[in-house]
Design a protein around this ligand. Sequence first.
Ligand code: NAD
Length: 473
Amino acid sequence: DGVGRPASPRLSVIGTGYLGATHAACMAELGFEVLGVDVDPAKIERLARGEVPFHEPGLPELLRTHVESGRLRFTTDVEEAARWADVHFIGVGTPQQAGSSAADLTYVDAAVTSLAQAIDRDALIVGKSTVPVGTARRLTGLVAEVRAAAGLPGDVELAWNPEFLREGFAVQDTLTPDRLVIGTSGPRAEPILRRVYARQLAAETPWVSTDLETAELVKVAANAFLATKISFINAFSEITETVGGDIRTLADAIGHDARIGRRFLNAGVGFGGGCLPKDIRALQARVSELGLDRTMRFLAEVDDINLRRRERVVDLAVEMLSTAHGHEAAAAGPYGGTTTGSGEEVLNGARIAVLGVTFKPDSDDVRDSPALDVAARLYSAGADVRVYDPEGSANAAARFPRLDYVGSLDEAVEGAELTLLLTEWQEFREMDPEAVGGKVADRLLIDGRNVLDTAAWEAAGWAVTGLGHRFDP
Ligand code: NAD
């Protein structure tokens, strides 16, 4: 038992997805012995071979090094972890419940219960998953109950240490986070976690020591704020798309104000992924449960603005193709306009290249991806959609198999009547308008992320519309 002794605490990480696998490898990198646990045997088998089952820059190298050294091991046996480790990090999923906007806590409950039933010594359980406020307090009671009923020896304390890593930067964010937030319910967690995060503390990483509720809320507040920032600029996109104006200049100009800041003010097809959308919905559900029905109502609007971006891309595709084909513009106007029969006709059979299918670059994650959603909508309207993504096609194909996934940018744009850039991978930012222009049937482009040099593309004979910009036929 290393708890309370100067020896290094032994760590387990329960749930080895994007968060947990990264956390486990990074804790090994910090010098700890780590055991990763997951209920998915295929995932554990790959991790145990030193193979990362998803795309995350820098992670394969770390994982391989520490699996080979033996410092990092993996198992499907939670009881092994319960007997062996001093600190158990919980990194299991908290997805949106089917048919509700609330978070599904069955995985967190199962992970904590299975640990609590098997720990026979002093230990610390540290939640990292994103959970509705009140969850950690409830779990503290659950742990005590389960252990009392089983008459198990040892003192098990629960803490919450929410995770802020960004996919694509997960290793860097775990090793050098912007801050560490530690919510505790007893006296033992803080000194142990100070040892776990000694390297970050030495680097003067801000350390926020607080109660369980605040720790849970910090995470959802951060995500609600970021989602709001994106929908804020996207709401202004609806104005500039109607009246004219340049959304990028607007964002730059307000971003110069240090109180506002330029980051997360990129107008485009909106946010997605396994966190922001479900977290703002879960927060609304949770505050309603607390009787605070109005409190987070603005987040419903944030969500709506975000989802309207996807419709806007489809409408814009109709407008651009209609114009190119000499039809009268099919839609009466971007908002409140009706998509007429000719709009659907124009998509039917249209060859459309979709560049990017993940929710963000440098990740293979397609959970709630705006790009995949748009591709699927175009397909459903009858378009012949060809999708290329540097890393995300396999995950996208598992969710939406009927799209035509191709292995290169060139294949995707070959013969395309319209090209959509929907995820801003570096490969797409660096595209040469002349080279791509030589492949397509029509030089028509929607920049769904506002990352291309529009003037350079127009100079090469392309008609380009960025989201947040008025479509001028
Ligand atoms: P994920 O789906 O990639 O991973 C979850 C893993 O937990 C899966 O491998 C699953 O098999 C495993 N699991 C489920 N039940 C289990 C159990 N009882 N015992 C052991 N393993 C179990 O999800 P993720 O993206 O890693 O997210 C995990 C949590 O972290 C969520 O709460 C999420 O909101 C939060 N989070 C994620 C990120 C991110 O960028 N992905 C960032 C910050 C916070």
